[in-house]
Design a protein around this ligand. Sequence first.
Ligand code: PRP
Ligand code: ZN
Length: 296
Amino acid sequence: MMPRDRLRIAVQKSGRLGDPSRELLSRCGLKFRSSRDKLFCFGENMAVDLLLVRDDDIPGLIADGVCDLGVVGRNVLDEAALATPGEMPYRELRALGFGGCRLSIALPQDEAWTGPQQLAGKRIATTYPNQLADWLRRNEVDAQIVTLSGSVEIAPRLGTADLICDLVSSGATLAANQLRETAVIMQSEAVLAGAAEMPRDERGDLIELLLRRLDGVLNVRESRLLMLKAPRAALAAIVDLLPGRPLPTVTTIEGRPDDIALQCVCSGNVSWQDLEAMKRAGAQGMLVLPVEMMLA
Ligand code: PRP
Ligand code: ZN
């Protein structure tokens, strides 16, 4: 293969992960001469190009060295890894926090679920035969795997299988096909995958730069709401200790003129050490809450 000095990232061309993948990369400062209908997007401001492909092809493109990185569902990556036992040509570099779904067993709605053992002797339709086989083995269940390339959810109605093993996100597909989710085989989300060995040239440096930026972007999603009370005299010292130096809102407490209540959004996690330092400075009743939504 021709040596390359530009980094190449595979992303899903269409489908669930396509848009959020490209949006995440642009939040990392990458600009592409983008044409959605093309296979290749040239990186305009960095030596990083995109290849727009079918998600199922991404593990192979990384393993073969055609692409250095890929944004792909963990379900696709794990399925490919199980299909090539022994070698592990790629690894998960970062979980990206979008495209959440799970690989689950689903039965016709009117059938009761008593546990994996009831699947013995049944025909299970799936596009994930390796993960299903692995799960059946771990549960010591002997069932027949019917490998399909798509439209798994209609197999029970067509009579080609008794039940299915498929991805579930909102659950709408299962509901529309009178199926219900029972056992969860794996939890998936979009991940950044790369070759097991980093390229030892400029591309390796680009990957490191990209990972640092990615961490910067992903950390915003870790924002926390911090609330505490303190003597007014301790306020300046506590403000100095707020992780990430956010702008705090300070309010009075009715009936306690010498104390204040403070509230702020900390970008990045608040550690036990942060809380302990603030406590030593006089803070009390500290609460750390996850931030679910923010509208500026
Ligand atoms: C999955 C799965 C179901 C659907 C479930 O396919 O095969 O058809 O999503 O989603 P829901 O619970 O929100 O209804 P996907 O769209 O990921 O396409 P692919 O498996 O062909 O890549
Ligand atoms: Zn797919």
